[in-house]
Design a protein around this ligand. Sequence first.
Ligand SMILES: [Zn+2]
Ligand SMILES: [Zn+2]
Ligand SMILES: [Zn+2]
Length: 152
Amino acid sequence: MEYLIYAGITVLTFLLMEGVTWCTHKFVMHGLLWYLHEDHHQPKYQGIFEKNDAFFVIFAIPSILLFYFGVNPEINGLLFVGLGILFYGIAYFLVHDVLIHRRFKWFDNVKNPYLVGLRKAHKVHHKHLGKEDGECFGMLYVPKKYFQPVGK
Ligand SMILES: [Zn+2]
Ligand SMILES: [Zn+2]
Ligand SMILES: [Zn+2]
């Protein structure tokens, strides 16, 4: 029974992270910390790292703290919150940095309508080169209008 609760905590955290990401992207990355996100909105950024990668470090901090307090003095729910954040971070990286921005050429022949729609939605986000009036701040949740039958 305990395991089910723990797994539930991880799944719930993962889902909540999409909302957290949306808010962070909209209000922090396109707000106070725009100077870190700005290079990500330039059409051609060079180099392996961009300033935007700082957000991976920022999101890793709560995760590391949760891992620490999640096993001290014994395993507790916090560990599974930390796992949810970690899994979301991995999914975000695979989808945003690899699938969409092609930082690694791992998935070059994606035909899955969900993934194609997701990529389309984020391209719309990148149409805006500036800080103001963006759209599609989420990542894994894709509004329905971006889905089209494959082949169109
Ligand atoms: Zn943005
Ligand atoms: Zn992007
Ligand atoms: Zn972006």
